[in-house]
Design a protein around this ligand. Structure first.
Ligand SMILES: C[S@@+](CC[C@H](N)C(=O)[O-])C[C@H]1O[C@@H](n2cnc3c(N)ncnc32)[C@H](O)[C@@H]1O
Length: 345
């Protein structure tokens, strides 16, 4: 895959402030305020000091000097975007963040515009695509795969698999020996918990890196590399339990997915999943690159697919930058049928 061309959007260019205020001599400002060694201070340090003094134009000058030499410097781009936002120059901040997105996609080895457009939409809140760009998701998780378990469990207090298992057990009672399909199985953190319920356990995921880790666990009967909706649409077969833990956060619109899940559930079969919670109607794409969903929207999608709510519960699923991430944990049931008794009411 060839890397994309270097970003061409100039930091003062089309769409940016057409008549930017002249930037002050930032080293002179530091010196005037008696900052020790003002003339030798590195740009980033100078920018941070000036910003903390509320001298945003001087801080901007320091950052632009650094970006003149290193146009893709991540720290400088991030701080500049914040400064521009703080100064009410959000159009210019969007352009700066676009350079961060180009940089990120280049790091992930992604060419083409789709992934950049997805990250741009996440940042600006412009109408989001129905789901995350496939290439972006696969590359992101290929890159994460090696450290995923340690990061999620060790650093982010990831509890979504346990939350889903508790909710499923509540509906199943003592029933076991199920045919289980896990959507977006990743490295198998949830699969480990699901295995004791399963006669057969199948995982689907886009990321080969994540699937390689899952395979090492030796808990899956089959692992399928593919996009979830496409794989379900093009396959047959029924399952008693379908699970999606921390996966629907990469989907906005859920109608098509729920429809396919319903098609692959035996009568009375269960669909258990987590989403991150939105207080607004429908779904939104956040700057994290993940979608959030309202409970009302989940209920609408479930009703349209003929799935009935058995458990609806809120949990802290993990943390993000030290803050709790609140989510919905939901178990839906395929319309009543002959297996209803087996799976419990
Ligand atoms: C945050 S991880 C969660 C993994 C696992 N379910 C767990 O709880 O540890 C999300 C996984 O979903 C996969 N994924 C996201 N969107 C997907 C899609 N449209 N099709 C297939 N896999 C997808 C990613 O590759 C990633 O492995």
């Amino acid at each position: 895959m060839s890397p994309p061309q270097a970003p061409e959007t100039p930091l003062h260019g089309p769409g940016s402030n057409p008549d930017p205020a002249p930037l002050p001599d930032w080293r002179a400002r530091l010196a005037e305020r008696g900052f020790p060694g003002a003339r030798q201070v590195p740009c980033m340090h100078g920018a941070a000091v000036l910003r903390s003094w509320g001298e945003s134009l001087a801080a901007e000058a320091a950052l632009r000097e650094l970006l003149g030499r290193y146009p893709d410097d991540e720290g400088a781009l991030r701080m500049l975007a914040k400064l521009l936002d703080e100064g009410g120059r959000s159009d210019e901040a969007v352009q700066v963040r676009r350079r961060l997105h180009l940089r990120r996609c280049r790091e992930l080895g992604l060419s083409g515009d789709a992934a950049v457009a997805f990250l741009d939409a996440a940042e600006t809140g412009s109408p989001p695509p129905p789901r995350a760009d496939e290439g972006y998701v696969a590359a992101l998780f290929d890159q994460y795969a090696e450290h995923f378990d340690e990061k999620l469990r060790g650093q982010l207090g990831y509890r979504a698999p346990e939350c889903v298992l508790d909710a499923v057990l509540e509906v199943l009672g003592g029933r076991r020996g199920l045919d289980v399909l896990e959507l977006g199985c990743g490295t198998g953190l949830a699969g480990v918990l699901l295995r004791p319920l399963a006669l057969r356990l199948t995982g689907i995921d886009l990321s080969q890196g994540m699937l390689d880790r899952a395979r090492e666990r030796g808990i899956y009967d089959a692992l399928v590399t593919g996009e979830i909706t496409q794989t379900l649409t093009s396959s047959e077969g029924s399952h008693e339990l379908i699970v999606a833990v921390d996966v629907l956060v990469y989907f906005g619109a859920l109608e098509a997915l729920f429809e396919q899940v319903a098609r692959h559930l035996v009568p009375g079969g269960l669909f258990a999943f987590t989403v991150e919670k939105s207080e607004e109607p429908g779904y939104q794409l956040r700057s994290t690159g993940r979608y959030v969903h309202s409970l009302g929207y989940l209920r609408d999608c479930a009703r349209a697919a003929g799935l009935h709510p058995r458990v609806e519960r809120q949990h802290v699923l993990r943390t993000e930058k030290g803050e709790p991430v609140h989510g919905h944990v939901v178990v839906l049931q395929q319309q009543q049928g002959p297996l209803q008794d087996r799976l419990g009411r």
